[in-house]
Write a protein that binds this ligand. Structure first.
Ligand code: PLP
Length: 298
């Protein structure tokens, strides 16, 4: 588990322990990839790219041959698998008698929940439907809005093949925001391609605006959203306000990707004024992209 999430989301590791897993913070001393990163930066918050490298190393070096590693996001097959969300949503909208959706929103870490909701509607858009589709990312890990479309590795130790995607560089370690699931340096290749084709309108939001939206949602709907999900809610609120200002009635659809009951530490920090927004300096982006500038171009 990525170290910063290990610290910020203690109940998640306790759930894993309850079911019998031994959960270690990544980077760990248990893999070569983890050791190499810890030597360079012992205080790193970790990243999803590093955790993927460690998980793959643990799987391929396991002598029992019983260990398997399965990616839960980013890869196109995960995005396609999750389109059950969008397909079911279409059926629900039919039941509500809603014929047209104007705006579709999902938070995007690796891209899977966003793709899952939006791709069935993207098909309609490609075939002429007028729909605005917005993947929302954190301003501190702005893969689609500030990262170029390049070939890059999906993990930090470069164990997986190159993929064409929007990326901040596989060595990029995002600031320790509470939406840990959005701290990924790249983006699903299919989502990235759709951005390149001008089919999507990516948006980057800061965590404080997102938490404000999460708290408003909790007060009005009674459900506490995950910090990742609050990014989609904040974007939906922006769109609703815009529609009101324009005097237009719009159907705005967003994906509620998860509850926040494992993330109450983040809410505690927000409610007690301890959260900050992180502005990502351009030099930080350039530094990591420099390392992949010799890679082939998509
Ligand atoms: C609640 C929640 N939403 C969204 C995400 C982002 O992942 P993806 O972009 O693959 O949907 C995560 C990732 O951990 C998550 O935990």
């Amino acid at each position: 588990m990525v170290r910063i999430s290990f610290e910020q989301k203690p109940y998640r590791k306790l759930m894993m322990a309850t079911w019998g897993a031994n959960c270690v913070a990544s980077p760990s001393t248990e893999t070569k990839a983890g050791q190499t990163i810890l030597e360079k930066d012992p205080d790193t918050p970790g990243s999803l790219g590093i955790a993927i490298s460690e998980a793959i190393e643990a799987a391929v070096t396991d002598k029992s041959g019983k260990t398997r590693y399965s990616l839960g996001s980013v890869t196109n097959f995960v995005c396609m698998h999750q389109t059950v969300i969008g397909l079911e949503t279409k059926k629900q909208l039919e039941k509500f008698g809603e014929k047209k959706v104007d705006v579709i929103i999902g938070c995007a870490g690796g891209g899977s929940n966003f793709a899952g909701l939006s791709f069935p509607f993207l098909y309609d858009k490609i075939n002429g439907a007028d729909i605005e589709i917005i993947p929302v990312e954190p301003a501190s890990c702005p893969t689609m809005t500030r990262g170029p479309y390049v070939y890059d590795n999906g993990d930090t130790a470069m164990m997986v093949p190159l993929v064409a995607m929007h990326s901040l560089g596989h060595t990029f370690v995002p600031p320790p925001i509470h939406a840990g699931g959005l701290r990924y340096h790249g983006m699903a290749p299919l989502v990235s391609k759709a951005v390149e084709e001008g089919l999507l309108t990516p948006l980057a939001l800061h965590q404080i605006e997102s938490y404000e939206a999460g708290v408003l949602f909790a007060k009005t709907e009674g459900i506490i959203p995950a910090p990742e999900t609050t990014h989609a809610i904040a974007a939906a609120i922006r769109e609703a306000k815009k529609a009101k200002e324009e005097g237009k009635e719009k159907v705005i659809l967003f994906n509620f990707s998860g509850h926040g009951l494992m993330d109450l530490t983040g809410y505690d920090k927000f409610l007690t004024g301890q959260l900050t927004d992180y502005d990502l300096p351009q030099e930080e982006i350039d530094k990591n992209l420099e390392l992949i500038k010799h890679y082939p171009k998509p």
